[in-house]
Design a protein around this ligand. Structure first.
Ligand code: ADP
Ligand code: MG
Length: 696
């Protein structure tokens, strides 16, 4: 299976080159794993009259009436007309015209396959797969024919899905059971009624029946999930076993005093559970690597603080990283307030910390007179050294790269425990795949007494009413946010939008009765800070801002948020933004303003926002709408590179695979039992092939 693809009969150097460049097919095995998207019943030939705007891919046979090249330069295309007894279908090529023309004979019969559309009211097929009708029939494979994903470039060179099918067919005649060894334990196959690997690989290409095609799909999808899950769980459990970690042995004076004397509220059930999980994790002598997912406002900060107290009780320093200066500042202010009567030292270290203060902090961290440091990425600079770092907390993790986090581990001889907190809920299926090597906790409970935020959608034309509403809230003593989108392509445009918005808000809310803060990315940190602080203190009633405000900012008195051009925001971002209100005991509102021509997807997003406040539900929807590849922070994760499995559509299979993998790895983390031998051998062969790290 590792034979280079050019050794296959029918693949010359030219084709080999194309296969490598276009489809990353280098070996026999790669070709075998280039699975078809679906199958077409080759015995079924449709009539041209049957083509409607709803028709997708279709196969048609007819006589070539004529062809012509029209247009010049980039608009140059080849148009041909194919006729059957019911009508005429236009065929069009934009690339490889030269090559196609050579093989066209007016008056001959052809079988074409492709996606149809309508152009000027006439049915058209662009870049069809085409072959002489007689030859197509002579092949006589009158069963389900695979349709392979290919590229426009390959198609244009006449190397289409059908050609790929022929190569695969040839390859399969060489393949023997030993070439596709089983990699799922026998007992699992039996219990889940899964097809054997060899049989599945054959039948996914050229199934003997529709039922076998289905079963092969199911088996291979399961295999993809299962192998990924075994790998992730091995990493997770081997770290449990093998890693060294500092031991937080006892719950001491500091933790208990804070808990019983200075916490202004009772912890929620979810908070208690997570604190327990963290305690257990940090006491075992192995490094903790835990992802804490909690919806906005679920109270993650307190969990972080209690964990830091636990570290301090055991003589260790803690470090908390936030993605923005504002957020770091706010954490610092909030924690200092809670800690003011406690014998622990906390410091704030960001990019704008003055040199003298910075020297003091660096010294304090080195001689352990500073116990907690809160900061931005400034805390991972090399100059920052700790005497005794035991715990690292990363807040709103999706903004920190893996590499940045890794730098923190290097700051202690024994790696510190790591708690990653994210307020962007991730659907379970995605968490399982993208973060399956971490332990994770979910806080799915909000502190009591919160009133759900009412979210409404208004169009631009209702602006005056919206402003009136905001005014009544402000008159009641509340505060309001106006949020403008960041236009990614143009910072300048965003800025102009924001300025315009600011003027507009000002015209509705004139000084001196109303006072407005504005915060945006172009301001110097200091000015941002001042404007922010004025709003936090209630000196200003209105905050006009871009999405810099998104993360973590806490102003409980703010009860309205108006999101301008809401159609330009993604779902998780809207949810994050909305989380800035509804933090106090007052009823809060979120108003999504859109222009009139929002796209269908945008309208769908807005509908979901109006329907629910539940971050986990929103995340599920987001995943459904956008697909896994686009969810923030997961793109780079190789864990999502499945060939045919899909974590949204095949989630039931994923759950099954996860459960099986967990069970197997927990029972036999070395995979040394006889029943797991095939699996182990397979993983090792994969590792050799892909040069994976220390995963065994
Ligand atoms: P997030 O999870 O979004 O970071 P925070 O930690 O900022 O949430 O907490 C949101 C608000 O809820 C804060 O004002 C915090 O003081 C408050 N809070 C946290 N836990 C509780 C609790 N158990 N009971 C009441 N209020 C709480
Ligand atoms: Mg937070």
């Amino acid at each position: 299976m590792l034979n280079p693809i050019e050794y296959l009969k029918g693949v010359g150097p030219m084709r080999a080159d194309m296969l490598k460049k276009e489809l990353e097919i280098f070996t026999f095995g790669d070709l075998l794993e280039h699975f078809p998207n679906r199958h077409i019943d080759k015995t079924k030939v449709n009539r041209i009259r049957e083509i409607t705007p709803q028709t997708d891919y279709i196969q048609v046979a007819g006589t070539l009436l004529g062809y012509d090249t029209v247009g010049t330069g980039r608009a140059k295309r080849l148009l041909a007309q194919l006729r059957d007894s019911t009508g005429i279908l236009e065929l069009a090529w934009f690339q490889g015209i030269h090559y196609v023309v050579k093989n066209l004979n007016i008056g001959s019969d052809y079988l074409v396959f492709g996606k149809t559309g309508f152009f000027n009211g006439k049915p058209q097929m662009v870049h069809p797969e085409i072959e002489p009708y007689a030859r197509a029939n002579a092949d006589g494979k009158n069963f389900l024919e695979p349709v392979y994903p290919t590229t426009e470039k390959l198609k244009a060179r006449g190397f289409n899905g059908r050609q790929l099918g022929k190569l695969t067919y040839a390859l399969l005649s060489l393949v023997q059971p030993k070439d596709i060894p089983e990699n799922i334990p026998e007992e699992v196959l039996r219990r889940l009624k899964l097809l054997g690997r060899y049989e599945a690989y054959r039948n996914i290409h050229f199934p003997a029946s529709a039922a076998l095609s289905e079963e092969s799909m199911r088996r291979i999808k399961f295999e993809e999930f299962f192998i990924a899950q075994v790998r992730l769980n091995l990493v997770r459990l081997q770290r449990h076993k093998a890693s060294r970690g500092v031991v937080f042995e006892k719950v001491g004076e500091l933790f208990n005093t804070l808990y019983s004397k200075y916490l202004p509220f009772e912890l929620t059930g979810a908070q208690k559970r997570v604190v327990k999980e963290i305690r257990a994790d940090t006491g075992r002598g192995h490094q903790m690597n835990r992802l804490l997912q909690g919806d906005v406002g679920s109270g993650k900060t307190i969990v972080a603080l209690l964990s830091m107290m636990l570290a301090a009780d055991n003589g260790f320093q803690s470090c908390m990283m936030a993605p923005t200066e504002i957020l770091a500042q706010q954490h610092y202010a909030g924690l200092s307030e809670l800690l003011k009567e406690m014998p622990v030292e906390i410091a704030l270290l960001t990019g704008s910390t003055k040199a003298k203060e910075r020297r003091r902090i660096l010294q304090g961290l080195m001689d352990d007179t500073i116990h907690f440091v809160v900061g931005t990425h400034a805390v991972i600079e090399d100059a920052v050294q700790f005497r005794n770092l035991g715990l690292v907390i990363v807040d709103e993790q999706h903004r920190f790269g893996v590499a940045q986090r890794a730098r923190l581990w290097e700051k202690a001889a024994v790696p510190p425990h790591v708690l990653v907190m994210t307020a962007t809920p991730i659907p379970r299926t995605l968490a399982m795949t993208a973060y399956g090597d971490l332990d994770y906790s979910i806080m799915d409970e909000l502190p009591p007494g919160r009133q759900p935020i009412t979210t409404v959608h208004r169009s631009e034309t209702a602006r005056a009413n919206v402003m009136d509403f905001v005014r009544t809230e402000i008159d009641k003593g509340r505060q309001a946010y106006f949020i403008y989108p960041l236009i990614e392509e143009s910072e300048k445009l965003s800025y102009e939008d924001l300025m315009q918005g600011y003027e507009q808000v000002k015209s509705f809310f004139p000084e001196p009765k109303f006072r407005i803060s504005m915060v945006h990315g172009r301001q110097p940190a200091e000015q941002k800070e001042t404007n922010m602080q004025r709003f936090v203190k209630g000196d200003t009633q209105i905050m006009v801002s871009t999405t810099v405000i998104e993360v973590g900012v806490n102003v409980p008195n703010a009860s309205v948020m108006v999101i301008e051009s809401a159609e330009k925001f993604g779902l998780s971002q809207l949810h994050q933004l909305r989380g800035r209100v509804g933090r106090g005991s007052e009823k809060s509102f979120c108003i999504l303003l859109t222009g009139v021509k929002a796209s269908k997807e945008a309208r769908e997003r807005i509908k979901i926002m109006c329907a629910t406040n539940d971050g986990f539900r929103i995340a599920e929807k987001d995943l459904e709408i956008r697909g896994p590849g686009d969810i923030e922070g997961t793109r780079q994760s190789g864990a999502l590179n499945f060939k045919i499995a899909n974590i949204v559509n095949d989630r039931a299979l994923l759950e099954l695979a996860r459960a099986e993998a967990e069970r197997i790895v927990e029972e036999d983390v070395e995979l040394s039992m006889a029943k797991n031998l095939q699996l182990k051998t397979y993983l090792q062969s994969q590792r050799r092939r892909n040069g994976w790290g220390k995963i065994s």
